[in-house]
Design a binder for this molecule. Structure first.
Ligand code: BES
Ligand code: MN
Ligand code: ZN
Length: 497
């Protein structure tokens, strides 16, 4: 997909635009949008609306050919809902319907002249991001590992957005494209099968990104992880024949002395549960247990493309969680990098075991903030379903501020998170008779006890944890990675510049 912005005015009118198709909005109250009016010199559009050929309901479309007031061969009428005060939901569904119609047109280029500035409580930047991300989603392919590729639909490949050609809209478009490209990378990595997308594959992907966008990159191997005493992380890799990798990416776009934001991704390329093995049905979906790592790589792709003026470090701890004769057993006790000993009561609670050492490693960066992103607990899906990622932080002033920033970024990016508690009381649930900490809590609040486990390793800096178990991928017929929370993270970083 190729995007550009063009301002249409009285000299350079939408009516005279030469393109395959112009999409314009009509409403249920029979009103036409500005752009629709401009094309309605011959009355064809109001006639279509009056006759009931299109209701104006959000998500409906009607394709007209030979509209006398339009230079374009086709005019696509798009229902935008009740009235000219457009709801976010109506706009999104109208955009979806527009792209669906575009996919089966006999032309390659089109103009979207929808009311970008009339969405309630949203601005043109939001509307532009919504269109670009939806357009990427509409052409996203999942046939990378099929021997016979799915047919490539004809349809629109080049979209011009009718909008004021200001610095703001140009920046919004550039950011939207960068975020959409980042999401595409995150989705591709998530969907790849675990026998292909191994820890080594993630490491080589990070190196490729580093080359393309001039990041610094370092990949630590098992020997170096042993020297760092990351025995909690290493305990998860014991049952696997795939070598673990610890990836550090640096985008130093800010001033040299500015403290960096660090993003830490859980990168379990397959989570069988280990000796505490998972049930068979649906276990294939544990190839998605590296979506935290993939979202760090996707966000780096976005900030690299934007050349964001901020220091950002990405840290990815990646390995497989497998059973074998050498695998960690329930009851085994390991010593983490920061010296705390951990009783591994359940080898399926492995995410926190890899993350705790990654979080200790982050101390060396004197970070402005550390955010870890992890498909950490099934309980997070029970709590929040698939709509919100779980956000966890402590509650002092600095952390309230960080939480507010992340929640606001999620809202702005339509990639929302919902806050859950981190409190000392939950640490009681992690007591072990034999070690400093158990890796699972007593029953109840499993997402919270998981976050509280991590909290023990983050006392030296400002920290937030995002549990993306419910948001990183979809199950069922539409199984596939979503690219979340790349929009939230990218927007948070953009707002920090
Ligand atoms: N990767 C899983 C969490 C998960 C499960 C995410 C299902 C999305 C869907 C994690 O490693 C895990 O297995 N967590 C356990 C923790 C439990 C043993 C305390 C869980 O959620 O069951
Ligand atoms: Mn697990
Ligand atoms: Zn896991």
């Amino acid at each position: 997909m190729d995007f550009s912005i063009k301002a249409f005015d009285t000299k350079n009118t939408i009516a005279s635009a030469k393109t395959g198709c112009v999409a314009v909005a009509v409403f249920e109250n029979k009103k036409l949008s500005q752009a629709a009016k401009a094309l309605d010199q011959g009355g064809e559009i109001s006639a279509a609306l009056k006759s009931g050929d299109i209701s104006g309901k959000a998500g409906t479309t009607l394709l007209l050919r030979g509209v006398s007031g339009a230079g374009a061969a086709r005019v696509l009428l798009v229902g935008m809902g009740g009235d000219e005060a457009v709801s976010e939901k109506s706009f999104s569904s109208a955009v979806g319907a527009t792209l669906k119609a575009f996919a089966s047109l006999g032309c390659a280029d089109a103009i979207i002249a929808l009311p970008l500035t009339d969405v309630k409580e949203r601005d043109a930047s939001w509307a532009i991001r919504t269109i670009v991300c939806a357009a990427h989603e509409s052409v996203f392919r999942t046939d990378g590992q099929k021997s016979k590729k799915d047919p490539v639909p004809a349809g629109v490949k080049k979209i011009t957005l009718a909008a004021a050609a200001s610095a703001d809209t140009r920046t919004a478009l550039a950011q939207a494209i960068a975020i959409a490209n980042g999401m595409d990378l995150t989705k591709e990595l998530g969907n790849l099968s675990a026998n292909v997308c191994t820890p080594s594959y993630l490491a080589s992907t990070a190196k490729k990104l580093a080359k393309e966008f001039k990041f610094e990159v370092e990949v630590l191997e098992r020997k170096q992880l042993e020297a760092l005493r990351m025995h909690s992380f290493l305990s998860v890799t014991n049952g696997s024949d795939e070598p673990p990798k610890f990836i550090v990416l640096k985008h130093m776009g800010g001033k040299a002395k500015d403290a960096p934001v660090v993003l830490v991704g859980k990168g379990i390329t397959f989570d069988s549960g280990g000796i505490s093995i998972k049930a068979g049905p649906g276990m294939d979906e544990m190839k998605y247990d590296m979506c935290g790592a993939a979202s760090v790589l996707g966000t780096f792709r976005a900030i690299g493309e934007m050349d964001l003026k901020l220091n950002v470090i990405g840290v990815i701890a990646t390995c497989e969680n497998m059973p074998s004769g050498r695998a960690t057993k329930p009851g085994d006790i390991v010593t983490s990098m920061n010296g705390l000993t951990i009783e591994v009561l359940n080898t399926d609670a492995e995410g926190r075991l890899v993350l705790c050492d990654a979080l200790t490693y982050c101390e060396r960066f004197n970070p402005a903030a550390v955010i870890d992103i992890a498909t950490l607990t099934g309980a997070c899906i029970v709590a929040l379903g698939n709509h919100n990622s779980g956000l966890f932080t402590r509650s002092d002033e600095a952390h309230e501020k960080l939480a507010a920033e992340l929640l606001a970024a999620g809202k702005a990016a339509s990639d929302t998170a919902w806050r859950l508690p981190v409190e000392e009381a939950y640490n009681e649930q992690l007591k072990s008779n034999f070690a400093d900490l158990a890796n699972i809590g007593t029953p109840g609040g499993a997402s919270v006890t998981a976050a509280c486990f991590l909290e023990n390793f983050t006392r030296k800096y400002t920290w937030a944890h995002l549990d993306i178990a419910g948001t990183a991928w979809k199950s069922g017929g539409a199984k596939g990675a979503t690219g979340r929370p790349v929009p939230l993270l990218s927007t948070f970083l953009i707002n920090r510049v």
